[in-house]
Design a protein around this ligand. Sequence first.
Ligand code: BGC
Length: 347
Amino acid sequence: MIKPNLTSHEKNGLSSYTLINEYGLSIEVLNLGGIICSINTPDRNGVFEDIVLGFKDPKHYLGEHPYFGAVAGRYANRIADGKFSLEGNEFTLAQNNDTNHLHGGIKGFDKVLWNVESLKNENGIQLSYTSKDGEEGYPGNLSVTVDYVLTKDNILKVKYRAQTDKTTVINLTQHSYFNLSGDFAAQILDHELQLNADKYLPLDNTQIPVGNYQSVVGTPFDFSTPKTIGRDIEDKNKQLEIGSGYDHCWVINNPNNEIVKAAEVYHPQSGRTMDVYTDQPGMQCYTGNFMDNTLPSKTGGTYGPRSGFCLETQHFPNAPNEPNFPTTILNPGETFTSETWFQFSVK
Ligand code: BGC
């Protein structure tokens, strides 16, 4: 049996929990929003640095921020016009991203307090939250757990489970912003990215998928072999214009819904790598285009555009209104499960 290596302390009324493994890799999590507020990993010379964006003072997480490190839900990503129908009933959600609904609404899973317990047989914690029937407009009491487990192979496993008492929709993701350089003043354009995806979802002008799957071949969206994030990001391309860079969902090559490697990231200068595995059909790759130097970085200075990237494993945006996308409906009596792994290493 593995003994959980867990410390907890209070900071500004918020609780923080630190997981450490035998190599010294550590991950700090808040009860607020399940926010991962630091991940310390070594570079190729063994120098540990924090590789996720966030705040030094946790009280900043209580204010406006672009979902740094948080669990996004009940429906991560966008739902067109904040509306969807289920079993003949129309549901209206907050339009908190222009006319669309984003990341669960005004007070999504990123802004609520989760109950936190240590796991018995693993080096990890379990966060739990019950979202009430009607909360943010969604139907059904939904009980959700999110496990964060740190393994001896330097993998952070994120495991989601949920059950409802009325038919509802669900899409959960982890919204960490990574910068493997450990230097938050540096842009992430030099990171090499490879995605296990032959297709992506093109967007309309409001960032809602138009509904078809588009081949990446011959487009700036082709990461099927490694290339730097910055190589094509400024290409003249309508889709890049819509996202002000990459802010799109790739369709992961995963016909059997197994846990597959979805992404590999390598930062040449530090040697740090991150591999992402998931059983989800999609991955929103967001290159931090909308960060505008208004929020204080952990190391002094502010977070500018492209100072971090998110690899948000998830179902497809707006699936509740797109019958052709894999379903995001959860019925009473069913259990929603999903799993994503982030593996840290050096080259
Ligand atoms: C979305 C972006 C949004 C960001 C912060 C990402 O998941 O795709 O469009 O700006 O979250 O809200």
